[in-house]
Design a binder for this molecule. Structure first.
Ligand code: AMP
Length: 419
């Protein structure tokens, strides 16, 4: 019996699963290259206050879900619970505001949240995200949203729904929140205990409660887009025009808010068909006040993040066909010590010539070695025995037809280079 188990809410990504991960990463990188976004990697942990300040005390993530510890010097550090704040920290720290704006960046990041694990919800998950920092132009919101759409389509996902909303800015949102609170206070008895607490700390989040008891209050709640100031209204209309221009279908959803405090104006989410949390593939929005909150000058920005596990789950659900990963071309089997030395030498030579080869190990029977070749899925095996060592030849076996022929070992490189 193994002594240790996988931590709850985490995943081992086994070799058979890697084909999906490689596929999604490859599509993500290709997308960012198409749109001119550059990669920025940040560490897995940061100062606790970076997250507390950016996401806001009172949010579930800061209050309940962060993995925080004191390091040996007594500093409070947190495992990254999201990717945007670290990117903004790096933008400020490395003076990226001196570059021509907007700066367009992307990242892959492990994200840690102490949540209740279920299908599609983990305590460690992996996000792919992109951010455009340094411009308030609604065309930039449209660019980020179109990238999101393009990304999901390029993966082969179908039946997607893009939801869009505007939650206003610091000028118009307080008035909206007052009205929202008034509405909810009048139906307090219907609300679930979580929503009762949210009413004081984070009233926007009342709108995305999934509990049955809260649905009526959500349906009748005031809508943020009816409280937007002139600038926010114009911004929101402009994004919609750009999306129409690009032929990207979207649905304005009054219930759409995001879990983090830093969003301003635009919020959007992309969902796959069906029920449940697994359908929220990714989301994003504008965060025009975040950089200033972190000590920089007032700097507008917009971004998006998707959960890789959720995307993979939906690729499987929709039976999207994924190209296989490259496999070694040749498996090298041997019989006896002299042949083993030849096999090792041959494999090294082939790899140096750029031909992927894998050798047997130990002293297993030829049958067992060929069985292993089958599990690797190599098209050919090379078999070296005493006779082949003497004659400087190899037996080349086609693993599909089982045909076998003897060829000089020097021919092998030439044969597979052409293959
Ligand atoms: P968020 O940072 O909450 O906006 O999340 C962005 C995306 O990451 C979501 O749309 C999900 O696809 C994914 N995600 C968020 N939390 C989790 C989690 N606990 N486990 C797996 N994926 C997650």
């Amino acid at each position: 019996m193994p002594l240790y188990k996988l931590p709850r809410g985490t995943l081992d990504i086994l070799p058979a699963e890697q084909v999906y991960w490689e596929y999604v990463k490859h599509k993500a990188i290709a997308l960012c290259q198409l749109y001119g976004y550059q990669r920025l990697d940040t560490p897995a942990f940061e100062d606790f206050n970076l997250f507390a300040r950016s996401m806001g005390e009172g949010t579930d993530i800061v209050d309940k879900e962060m993995y925080t510890l004191e390091d040996k010097s007594g500093k409070k550090m947190s495992l990254r619970p999201e990717g945007t704040a670290p990117i903004c920290r790096a933008y400020l720290e490395h003076g990226l505001y001196n570059l021509p704006q907007p700066v367009r960046l992307y990242y892959f990041a492990t994200v840690f949240r102490y949540e209740r694990p279920q299908a599609g919800r983990y305590r460690q998950h992996y996000q792919f995200g992109f951010e455009a920092i340094g411009d308030a132009d609604p065309a930039l919101d449209a660019e980020i949203i179109s990238m999101t759409w393009h990304f999901c389509l390029s993966l082969g996902l179908k039946g997607l729904c893009l939801q869009l909303n505007s939650i206003g800015c610091k000028v118009c949102r307080p008035h909206y929140l007052e009205n929202l609170k008034r509405h909810y206070s009048a139906c307090l008895t219907q609300l679930c205990p979580d929503c009762k607490a949210r009413l004081i700390r984070n009233p926007l989040r009342l709108l995305d409660c999934k509990k049955k008891s809260c649905q009526e209050a959500i349906e009748t709640a005031p809508k943020s887009i009816n409280y937007l100031c002139q600038e926010c209204k114009a911004h929101f209309e402009s994004i919609q025009r750009y999306l129409e221009l690009l032929g990207i279908p979207f649905k304005v959803s009054h219930r759409l808010v995001r879990g983090l405090d830093y969003y301003t104006r635009t919020v959007f989410e992309i969902q796959s068909p069906g029920e449940g949390i697994q359908n929220a593939l990714g989301g994003g929005g504008r965060y025009d006040e975040l950089i200033e909150e972190l000590g920089g000058k007032s700097t507008a920005a917009v971004g998006f993040a998707a959960g890789m596990e959720r995307i993979i789950l939906n690729l499987k659900r929709q039976n999207v066909s994924i190209p296989a990963l490259p496999r070694p071309s040749i498996f090298i089997a041997y019989l006896g010590d002299e042949a083993k030395a030849e096999a090792i030498k041959l494999a090294f030579k082939l790899r140096q010539a750029g031909i992927a080869a894998i050798t047997a190990m130990g002293g297993r029977s030829l049958k067992a070695q060929l069985r292993q070749a089958n599990t690797f899925g190599t098209s050919y095996s090379v078999i070296i025995g005493e006779d082949e060592v003497k004659s400087q030849t190899v037996a080349l076996r086609n693993m599909t037809t089982k045909e076998q022929k003897t060829i000089p070992s020097t021919k092998l490189e030439e044969l597979f280079r052409r293959d």
